[in-house]
Design a protein around this ligand. Structure first.
Ligand code: HXC
Length: 258
């Protein structure tokens, strides 16, 4: 049983929920918690009854960053040997869509974990930042790269070099989050979004997610080629036949993930 997260494999049909659960520490991401997320995501990725996954904290904090108390005394060699980013890499490779439901603080590693997710629903109280500069370090789990791709150079520089937080409204303006909703709705809104995706063909969703991510990893020509292969591949699925037949017959498609 995980100690630092709560897992509901079926918060809605085909939708799983992982909740970070170190409330006293504002969900600071210690190594153990990250390992638990990684393990659960591997299980949920393999579970045919799960088609989308919501990741949340609580109302006060999504996560206030990596656990500073756990890191404070470490040397560079300790950090190298611990090699925590293998865990982060595994989380990043989750095939199913990950939707972050963010309320309160999403800082440092918390903001980086959120940016690994594919979509973000934020509460009006959410605050985002990369405050590592204020404790003598810098982002290490993708913050300088994913934040820059999301919000552009000058805003990323401002956040990374000053450690200043931005609020939900600004995050929406800069394209860091999909939608901002009142605090009482942020989790439901994320589950609703996950449920819409969960009604689609899970194979098409997986291929589409993989293809969108290539936009950040490959030159355009290669990425277009990758997209095309995935597009062709979907014509080998029953879900493609069902989806197009349902359209022609004017009924709702029922996708089986075959
Ligand atoms: C360990 C943390 C923590 C953290 C908060 N806490 N953030 N513990 N690591 N990142 C603990 C506090 O020590 C405190 O414990 C309790 O949570 C409540 O926090 P307070 O500071 O009392 O709350 P508040 O005054 O409301 O301030 C909230 C806050 C502040 C602005 C979020 O806690 C803060 O600045 N936290 C650190 C944010 C940060 O620098 N994150 C980046 C970390 S480095 P006690 O026991 O005292 O009550 C990072 C690198 C990632 O993320 C690299 C890749 C992995």
């Amino acid at each position: 049983m995980p100690e630092f997260i709560l897992v509901n494999p079926q918060i809605a049909p085909y939708v799983a929920h992982i909740q970070l659960n170190r409330p006293k520490e504002l969900n600071a991401l210690n190594l153990e918690l990250m390992l638990e997320i990684k393990e659960v995501l591997i299980q949920l990725d393999a579970d045919e009854n799960v088609r989308a996954i919501v990741l949340s904290g609580n109302e006060r904090a999504f996560a206030a960053g990596a656990d500073i108390k756990q890191m404070a005394g470490r040397t560079a060699v300790d950090m190298l040997k611990i090699d925590q980013f293998t865990t982060w890499d595994s989380i990043r490779k989750t095939k199913k869509p990950l939707i972050a439901a963010v309320s309160g603080f999403a800082l440092g590693g918390g903001c980086e974990l959120m940016m690994i997710c594919d979509m973000v629903i934020a509460s009006e109280t959410a605050q985002f930042g990369q405050p590592e500069i204020s404790i003598g370090v810098m982002p290490g789990a993708g913050g300088t790269q994913r934040l820059t791709r999301a919000v552009g150079k000058v805003k990323a520089m401002e956040m990374v070099l000053t450690g200043k937080f931005i609020n939900a409204e600004e995050a929406l303006k800069y394209g860091l989050v999909n939608k901002v909703v009142p605090i009482e709705h942020y989790l439901n809104e994320a589950v609703n979004l996950a449920s819409v995706i969960a009604e689609k063909s899970p194979i098409a969703v997986q291929m589409a997610k993989e293809s969108v991510l290539k936009a950040f990893e490959m030159p355009l020509q290669e990425a277009l080629f990758f997209e095309r292969k995935n597009f062709y591949m979907l014509f080998a699925t029953e879900d493609q036949k069902e989806g197009m037949a349902a359209f022609v017959e004017k009924r709702k498609a029922v996708f089986k993930g075959q």
